[in-house]
Design a binder for this molecule. Structure first.
Ligand code: FMN
Length: 374
């Protein structure tokens, strides 16, 4: 059945394929019903957070080998870049990455509407507006967290974006600077929901727009989960997703008793395999989680595909360093890849070599058998 240049991998009951054909910009592999929010239960109770320099297409494809169902986000892309930049480079994705949301940064309703139409035409499942980034560079463009002080403008943006015909969602903070009362947060959500936002992803800390850089703004302001729970209580008809400081599926399940969905960022990048049980335990799929070896092995044809297109190995392998996080062989895995992936002509054999190292743990025969059956 295998054809040259074509690879089929049966995983978790899903046939994944990688071919030239599949790496086109537009992909659409899920049935229509799976793309819609159910109206009762959040279709995506768990998502991978948008992260600049992290959640590019290669990391997303890698994540897809671990979880088939989790909603994945792109990095934030500013509207002007989408409208005037290299679309294939900025927006290209493999159909296997779906369900996939495009996160945009902007404050101009017409531009954002055009971005939403482009996203829809390319096959993205959702478009998300960034109202949470506190960096001074984006503030200068009136993008990101500073928009929390302008709910009417955000509402106009959201309304315009609905013309794309895909769900429009907003990711925001619980407040900015001294404007961080629950009432101000609720006002923001009320105004923006009226414009057609179908889900609010709330990073449960405020942002200081002056004085803290983006990294500090991700850990210095304290987490205030209670305010996100309260939003869900007071706006039960809205989909509320919580974000910030969540590092395990067990924690995610706790939050899911109070809100509709959980978004995980840094922990996903540092320890992507924490999502391995997600499809079964949270989405309720009747599947066996993959092994780390299966995940890494599934990346080999993908890596070969991209190397043939001129990519350097480290552009993909850098995203795989966390695969063995918390395992005895994690350091050896990382060292092997880091030391070899930059060498001239480094190829997929670097990953295969890291997997074969004696100091990288191998799955037991029982685990392998279980994964094959699953
Ligand atoms: C390296 C990095 C880049 C990020 N880039 C974005 C971004 O492009 N858009 C965005 O909305 N949030 C961005 N964030 C914030 C995350 O999406 C998330 O809200 C934050 O990290 C808190 O979640 P966590 O504690 O699960 O990491 C970024 C975070 C990190 C660590």
């Amino acid at each position: 059945m295998e054809q040259p240049g074509f690879w089929l991998c049966s995983r978790m009951g899903t046939i994944l394929s990688v071919s030239d054909n599949c790496h086109r910009l537009v992909g659409d592999t899920l049935p229509e019903a799976e793309k819609q929010f159910s109206g009762e239960r959040e279709a995506y109770p768990v998502s991978l957070a948008p992260m600049m320099d992290c959640t590019d297409r290669h990391f997303r494809y890698f994540m897809r080998q671990i979880t088939r169902r989790t909603l994945l986000y792109t990095e934030m892309i500013v509207a002007a870049a989408i409208l005037h930049g290299n679309r294939e480079k900025l927006l290209g994705f493999s159909p296997e990455e779906k369900p996939l949301a495009l996160q945009v940064g902007g404050d101009n309703p017409q531009d954002l509407a055009e971005c939403a139409r482009i996203a829809a035409a390319l096959g993205y499942d959702e478009i998300n507006l960034n109202v949470g980034c506190p960096s001074s560079r984006v503030q200068n463009g009136n993008i990101g967290a500073c928009l929390m002080a302008q709910p009417e403008l955000v509402a106009r943006c959201v309304e315009a974006m609905t013309s794309g015909g895909i769900p429009v969602t907003v990711k925001h903070r619980i407040g900015i600077d001294d404007r961080d009362s629950y009432e101000e947060l609720a006002h923001f959500v009320r105004v923006v929901s009226g414009a057609g936002c179908s889900r609010f992803t709330v990073h449960a800390r405020k942002a200081w727009l002056q004085g803290l850089n983006p990294k500090q703004n991700r850990h210095i302001p304290p987490l205030r989960y209670e305010e996100v729970y309260r939003l869900k209580q007071e706006f039960p008809h809205l989909m509320i997703e919580i974000n910030g400081g969540i590092t395990s599926l067990a924690q995610a399940e706790e939050h899911l008793t109070r809100v509709d969905a959980v978004m995980i960022g840094r922990a996903a990048y540092d320890n992507p395999f924490l999502f391995a049980q997600c499809d079964r335990d949270i989405y309720g799929d009747n599947t066996t989680p993959p092994t780390r070896h299966q995940v890494a092995t599934a990346m080999l044809p993908y890596i070969e595909f991209w190397l043939a297109k001129g990519l350097k190995l480290h552009q993909i392998s850098r995203h795989m360093l966390g695969l063995f996080a918390g395992q005895p062989g994690s350091r050896a895995w990382k060292r092997h890849i880091s030391e070899n992936a930059h060498l001239p002509n480094a190829g997929a054999e670097v990953i295969a070599g890291a997997l074969m190292r004696r100091d990288v743990p191998h799955p037991s025969p029982e685990v392998i058998a279980g994964a094959l059956i699953g």
